[in-house]
Design a protein around this ligand. Structure first.
Ligand code: KG4
Ligand code: ZN
Length: 397
């Protein structure tokens, strides 16, 4: 058994987790800073770094205690090395380096985006094969491999007769393995990635401006909702009419996305309509535009690549509409991490580390981690007293 302790500090969650064989969560601990940043309407990098510094040792102790493991049980230490906020990454990386030296364990640097996708190797919900007869499509695979979905038996098949979507089927004992297509939708990124290996991907499409989560956060701010905007809009949309407002869908070439025009369209719409705004209808119409855009591009990419499975990842993968609609429309199984594993956590970093370490890539030796390590090692973390820090931030807002 290979057990990894992983740390995640790329943004506003201080997280540590212990995971066995990249699949079994022994502990998954997290201290969220969301409440602290809410008053600023978004994450303040220097405040976030300072909070990580306060919490990192506690969260590591907690993760080791809950997992009931000793340092000698571990196969390695993993940490996120980017993308993320430079000051916050530095805290996790410094802690991970210290533990790796002290406990004489290898250190694995993990790309945050790959880690989000690897959340699907943990406990995920396996759904798929939606509308009509398209489900009968054969699964294509490498000639030398027996694909894990070759002989699956669907359960829970109860098509809803009066709905354009049919209820998704759930598969028992379906284990995710490459190749697959991943839609990564987070606060900072929106990417379609093709995974030929467990933790290595080729980017086949991405946003040319705002990320999907960023659009949620910005539109939520326009509507007067709290940060992070995604969960708030998702909740409101459930009680709204998604056909009430027609927002534009950006036509972008290939498998790329664009969401900044949508945010501007919502702003212009708010300037025209009278108060009180029909916030639930606005939320539902905005959400429908984002979700249908994400789904259309993903299904086009699946058709082009013939990927035998689709994987959702990142904070926006917690969205109820995306989770319901994509499996119902997909011709191939769709994997969804449990909602709590969609947003930032350290268990996903440990899962990625397990698969990365099967082809050992010590910290600093792979191209992307080398760049990030150099960046973090050269970074200067400005240390302020807490009261000075707060007063400077208030002034600059
Ligand atoms: O992956 P994540 O935790 O952090 C980044 O790596 O960015 O994603 C955070 C993003 C935020 O923009 C948040 O608004 C969005 O995920 N989000 C959601 C939902 N839950 C979180 N967006 C839509 N619907 C949700 N239910
Ligand atoms: Zn993230």
């Amino acid at each position: 058994m290979a057990i990894y302790l992983a740390l995640e500090t790329s943004c506003d969650e201080t997280a540590a987790a212990v995971v066995a064989d990249g699949r079994h969560i022994l502990s998954n601990c997290l201290i969220s800073q969301i409440k602290l940043h809410q008053s600023y309407g978004g994450v303040v990098p220097e405040v976030a770094a300072r909070e990580h510094l306060e919490d990192i040792n506690n969260v590591i102790d907690l993760a080791m205690q809950q997992a009931k493991v000793k340092p000698s049980d571990l196969s390695g230490i993993a940490c996120t090395v980017g993308p993320g906020l430079i000051g916050t990454l530095l805290v996790g990386l410094s802690a991970a380096k210290a533990l790796s030296f002290a406990w004489d364990l290898p250190l694995i640097g993990v790309d945050h985006l790959i880690a989000h996708v690897c959340a699907n190797y943990l406990e995920s919900e396996n759904t798929g094969f939606g509308v009509g007869a398209r489900h009968a499509r054969p699964i294509y695979m490498r000639a030398d491999a027996i694909h894990p979905y070759a002989n699956i038996t669907p359960t829970n098949i109860t098509p809803a007769q009066d709905s354009p979507l049919r209820e998704s089927r759930t598969y028992e004992n379906l284990t995710l393995a490459p190749p697959f297509l991943a839609l990564l939708v987070s606060g900072g990124h929106t990417q379609l990635m093709y995974f030929n290996d467990f933790a290595q991907a080729q980017i086949i499409g991405q946003t040319i401006d705002d990320a999907a989560g960023e659009a949620y956060d910005k539109v939520a701010r326009l509507l007067g909702l709290n940060y992070p905007g995604g969960p708030a809009i998702d909740r409101l949309a459930a009680g709204g009419d998604k056909t009430k407002f027609k927002f534009p869908r950006a036509a972008v070439a290939g498998f790329n996305f664009s969401f900044s025009g949508l945010k501007t369209a919502v702003l212009h719409c708010l300037q025209k309509i009278e108060q009180p705004w029909p916030v639930a209808d606005l939320a539902a119409s905005f959400q429908e535009t984002v979700v249908s855009t994400l789904i259309n591009k993903t299904l086009q990419a699946q058709a082009k690549t013939q990927a035998p499975a689709i994987v959702l990842a990142g904070g926006v993968a917690a969205n109820s509409s995306l989770r319901q609609q994509l499996p119902a429309l997909s011709p191939v199984p769709v994997f969804l991490p449990k909602s709590a594993l969609c947003t930032d956590n350290a268990a996903m970093v440990a899962a990625a580390a397990f698969y990365l370490s099967t082809a050992p890539r010590p910290l600093g030796q792979s191209d992307n981690t080398k760049y990030l390590i150099e960046k973090t090692e050269n970074a200067q973390l400005t240390v302020y007293s807490r009261s000075k820090l707060r007063s400077e931030i208030i002034e600059s807002f």
